[in-house]
Design a protein around this ligand. Structure first.
Ligand SMILES: [Zn+2]
Length: 431
């Protein structure tokens, strides 16, 4: 098949006016000017007309489990800060007191409030509800042009019951805060379910919900199986307060549920993460958030040679009223920065177009082509797919989308402005 469009945005050099892409099976066979492509390749011609054809988007951080929680928990505003996910009360672990009474909270002013709120919502959900939620999330992500997703799930056992309509990296989200003695068992159980998925990895939830032992065990598995790892790090002011100062609402909350708090009161979250034995900061790590970094953290990052990948979720970040994401400083240090939507418990759509626009509002100096890289080229690198995804290049997977585009502005500007459902999308060579 030959797909012609007004412009082909390859992310591999300048956009090609009157361009075309030849697709054979699930691969891009050729890309260039329409006349050249037609001369070199046989096949049906599909003319998309006044559109830009571009690589499918890659969502670098999402929790489709919580698609059904859209609009259920009010955003944190005044004097608030928090972590975007508080799955501290997994259904298979004992819930705590009033967290699971099911009462709808009226306000979320602290992280502890937010944990209670999401746990109350989660307590109402059955495995079938989660399956529906995940399927709805996949459909929505695809509708907005996402062809690859890094999806964290707290329910790896449900994966075999799901048929993903887009390319998916399944990460089992792992929490052992209520049962640290079971950390290896929790990891190994999840791996049993994950192995049915073509692409998988492990996600120790965060330093405050996953033990040192759980992190180490995940790293051992990553070395052995050559898989990816992801985690939430330095997301909230409360997380910084907990680890550095041994105080604050998150500290008090986790202490009250029996977490061993002996790792608190000395180090920042980043110091704890990088300083763990076993060579933390393996290149496998995809780290979400990093909103809270001190000057000494930046010194540490500068000295440390390893560069993990970073995911920023602009709208979830705003929902929680986090400290400003240090984009420029991280970029100057050479970090590969990607965008993700996070879950709909703290966001209102799974659209990476919306995410790019939100990012642009906070970083108006960054050009649209660089922002587009954060949902194509950069996350492809984070997933170690820089030779198969994120660009329109010969031999790459045929994951494509098209949006309307005319002569009034640059293709990059028009892509960032696009609002709505994508009418034309190809995943793995299939329409
Ligand atoms: Zn998350």
């Amino acid at each position: 098949m030959i797909i012609r469009a007004r412009t082909v945005v390859t992310m591999d050099g300048a956009p090609i006016e009157n361009g075309a892409v030849a697709v054979s099976g699930n691969q891009i066979a050729d890309v260039g000017k329409f006349d050249e492509i037609r001369a070199r390749n046989a096949g049906e011609i599909v003319d998309l007309g006044e559109q830009a054809l571009l690589p499918g988007f890659i969502n670098a951080h999402c929790h489709l489990d919580y698609t059904c929680l859209r609009g259920k928990i009010p955003p944190l505003r005044a004097a608030a800060d928090s972590c975007s996910h508080g799955p501290v009360g997994r259904p298979n672990l004992p819930a705590l007191g009033d967290e699971s009474t099911g009462h709808r909270p009226v306000a979320t002013e602290s992280f502890a409030d937010w944990i209670r709120a999401i746990n109350a919502e989660k307590a109402k959900l059955s495995p079938n509800d989660y399956i529906a939620s995940i399927n709805d999330g996949f459909a929505e992500a695809k509708r907005f042009g996402t062809t690859t997703i890094a999806n964290l799930t707290a329910f790896a056992e449900l994966i075999p019951q799901i048929r993903e309509p887009i390319r998916t990296w399944w990460f089992a989200e792992l929490i052992d805060v209520r049962a640290p003695e079971r950390s290896n068992e929790i990891v190994d159980l999840a791996i049993g379910s994950l192995k049915s998925a073509p692409n998988w990895g492990l996600a120790p939830h965060a330093l405050f919900t996953a033990s040192k032992n759980l992190y180490s065990h995940c790293e051992e598995v990553a070395r052995r199986e050559d898989i990816l790892l992801t985690t939430h790090l330095a997301e909230s002011r409360e997380e910084m307060e907990m680890f550095r100062d041994a105080s604050g609402p998150l500290y008090e909350f986790l202490k009250s549920i029996g977490r061993n708090m002996s790792d608190c009161g000395r180090q920042t979250p980043l110091e704890l993460f990088l300083g763990a034995p076993g060579g933390r900061a393996l290149p496998h790590w995809i780290v979400s958030h990093l909103n809270e970094l001190t000057e000494s953290d930046f010194d540490l990052l500068e000295r440390s040679e390893r560069r993990f990948h970073v995911v920023h979720s602009p709208r979830s970040h705003d929902y929680f009223n986090h400290s400003r994401f240090p984009f420029e400083k991280l970029r100057a240090l050479g970090f590969n920065i990607c965008l993700g939507t996070d879950s709909l418990a703290s966001n209102d759509s799974l659209s990476l177009f919306d995410e790019m626009r939100a990012f642009r509002r906070s970083e108006p100096g960054i050009s649209p082509d660089k922002i587009l890289k954060m949902v194509t080229v950069n996350p492809a690198r984070a997933l170690r797919q820089e030779n198969t995804l994120g660009r329109i290049r010969r031999g790459f997977r045929a994951d494509l989308l098209a949006v309307r585009c005319n002569e009034r502005d640059t293709p990059f500007e028009q892509i960032l402005e696009f609002d709505g459902s994508v009418d034309w999308i190809m995943v793995n060579g299939k329409l």
